[in-house]
Write a protein that binds this ligand. Sequence first.
Ligand code: PHE
Length: 345
Amino acid sequence: MENQNINEIYSSAMDEIGKSSTSEKLQELKIKFLAKKSVLMSLLSALGSLPPEERKEMGQKLNETKAKIAKAIEEKEAELRKAELEKKLESEQIDISLPSKRVELGGQNPFYVVKDEITDIFLNMGFEVADGPEVETDLYNFELLNIPKDHPARDMQDTFYISDSVLLRTHTSPVQAHTMQAREGKPIRIICPGKTYRRDDDDATHSHQFAQIEGLVIDKDINIGHLKATLELFAKKMFGEKREIRLRPSYFPFTEPSVEVDITCANCDGKGCSMCKGTGYIEILGGGMVHPNVLKMNGYDPDVYSGFAFGIGIERVAILRYGIDDIRKFYQNDIRFLRQYRKKA
Ligand code: PHE
């Protein structure tokens, strides 16, 4: 009778295990057939009341049945886990045959191409790169460069004011003052590429934001011949061996004498054409010998030291170099413009 009962329990357990399709259901079956209060377990605990000869056989049978049911549940659990995993893998499959999103390749902006080229030319001559803030004080942008308040030269350099004495720098020349003060009277040979700002109506040749490369050399016995030779070498490296330069007298409050530097027009080789407006020359930069007042104000004795400085407009050089017709193209980020300057692999 009891044997039959056990067989029945076994077959109904196997039946239910076979039919279950979730691990929750299997948990229920575990409780139903194997927990302390299950029929099987109550039979096991009642073994003691059986006569000894039956006890052994019955005990064995009960334990075997219990083990078989536990094993069947375990196997079914593994089977379900595997099926669940397969289902998950199936649903999360990525279709690698789908075409990916196109990544548009631009090109290095010619502004940066030229900036790097100019920088390299001066690094090869032994210059170092110095840096300075774009948000500048009136003191560094004007006063320490010999442009006192009410100086008429300020008119040409109106800019964006943060407060009465803080502004966006109008040129990279304040880096001259910063560098002189930091070097405390020692020789200097630096360039500083950077952004500059002026109040300007934007058109094909003007922009409220542009960039310059400042140059500053200070040492004993520096004369205007050094300035000319340095800029001549720069012009030839940048625009070709055939280019000549010309120095014209000019005026900047922070240099004395001051010069404007022109190069022979690459378009007509100096003969005169529409690009150089018939003059044969194109202006590329301003420079001069550092004014004694500027040396003094920034910690250098003008009786011992002399120096030269220059400021090159980066966009101007890029425009000449690549024949670009509008300064605004540098900032518009038009992919068709940039693509023309993509380096060939
Ligand atoms: N800072 C001047 C400008 O922006 C250029 C310059 C630099 C002139 C250094 C002389 C020396 O116009």
